[in-house]
Write a protein that binds this ligand. Structure first.
Ligand code: 13P
Ligand code: SF4
Length: 369
């Protein structure tokens, strides 16, 4: 989705790192308790050092909700996270994203028109009342609203299994026969395998093809209709990386994010959200070598913060998440100094008619987990 970030004034773009740090510290001091800065684990260190709280996308949504006294929540993460924070926080609070270009290419792989079209197509061949939409947190607010309006829930990488168990098995739940899971096929597939389902229970829905590129029988029989979306950062990790790491470090530990392919996750010792990845590194014995399949800023930070362990990326050539990387010290300083001047720049506001249904899907997630 196109969002336009205005260029920053030269006083920010030309400022040295020390000057920016001094200005951010001064603005934080002035704003005091009125300000709450959240930092996702993929943020750069120059930004993360200013976060009042860090977390994965589930943890950050809970944290945002727990600070009703903060007038301004500055979200150092990506757009869908800031939207969720806006939905979950009060009307007296503003949620600010320091750079509007910080989107998520995976979230952009499903839009409301394509999801509605898919829903109608599925309804032509399957009993739509027994199909439940489940959206990954990495999706726009209007997709969360679609899910909320159709009885489904949001999930994150830390609770996808609990949400899917609720969808299929909970006697008090919707007892769905099928789920349409978007936009990340890998999280859906990895969770399905984890729950004991097999490839025969899953079909990939390609939104660019008629009936998702499937035949009627495949649509009807799939327990999981997995949207053909992926994360370009996590898709880079390949089984060969795991093999090379294990060959170089016999006894090494492999930890992967569930946005990686099933081939990679099935070879890992631990699979989980960014928070779970951190916990796995913390729990490893001193002297361990840990190969991690996730965004490089988190991997490097874990290595720095665990001097008694060696933490490396499974892919030596891994790229950063280019959208998380948009948030830098200059944008943070600009955002905070505007707040000090009484101006809210880059406020993320979800229209009330979308927020109401999206909130249902988020609240279901929060109630289940
Ligand atoms: P987490 O919820 O695990 O932090 O993941 C968010 C994300 O965007 C991973 O790419
Ligand atoms: Fe989106 Fe992937 Fe970046 Fe996470 S790492 S924000 S899924 S593009």
């Amino acid at each position: 989705m196109l969002r336009l970030q205005a260029g920053l004034p030269a006083e920010y773009t030309d400022a040295s790192p020390d000057e920016l740090a001094r200005r951010i510290a001064a603005a934080k001091e002035t704003l005091g308790e009125r300000l709450f800065i959240l930092g996702h684990h993929y943020q750069r260190d120059e930004v993360m050092r200013w976060a009042d709280a860090r977390g994965d996308s589930f943890g950050l949504s809970v944290l945002a909700q727990q600070r009703p006294e903060a007038e301004h929540i500055v979200f150092c993460g990506v757009h869908f996270m800031a939207e969720s924070a806006d939905i979950l926080t009060g009307d007296h609070q503003s949620v600010v994203l320091p750079d509007l270009n910080a989107g998520c290419s995976m979230a952009d792989m499903a839009d409301i028109d394509a999801v509605e079209e898919a829903w109608e197509s599925i309804a032509e061949v399957s009993d739509i009342d027994s199909v439940l939409p489940i959206t990954y947190m990495n999706s726009s607010a209007d997709l969360k609203a679609f899910v909320g309006a159709h009885g489904g829930a949001v999930c994150t990488s830390s609770n996808a299994r609990a949400i899917l168990e609720w969808a299929f098995e909970d006697p008090e739940g919707p007892r769905a026969q099928q789920v349409l899971f978007f936009p990340d096929q890998h999280l859906g597939r990895n969770t399905g395998y984890d729950m004991g389902y097999s490839e025969a229970d899953m079909a990939v829905w390609d939104p660019r093809r008629d009936l998702g590129g499937l035949d009627e029988a495949a649509v009807k029989s799939a327990r999981f209709l997995l949207w053909k979306g992926h994360c370009s950062v996590h898709q880079r990790f390949r089984p060969e990386h795991v093999e090379a790491f294990r060959a170089e470090h016999p006894g090494g530990i492999v930890v992967a994010h569930p946005e990686c392919s099933h081939e990679v996750c099935s070879m890992a010792d631990t699979v989980g959200s960014t928070e779970r990845i951190i916990a796995a590194v913390d729990a490893a014995e001193p002297g361990s070598v840990i190969g991690v399949g996730t965004e490089i800023h988190l991997v490097n930070r874990l290595d720095e913060e665990s001097p008694d362990k060696t933490v490396v990326s499974l892919d030596p050539l891994v790229c950063p998440c280019s959208t998380m990387f948009r948030i830098d010290a200059a944008h943070l300083a600009w955002t905070l100094e505007a707040l000090v001047d009484g101006r809210v720049v880059n406020q993320i506001t979800v229209p009330p008619e979308i927020a109401a249904d999206a909130r249902k899907a988020l609240d279901r997630m929060l109630a289940i987990t």
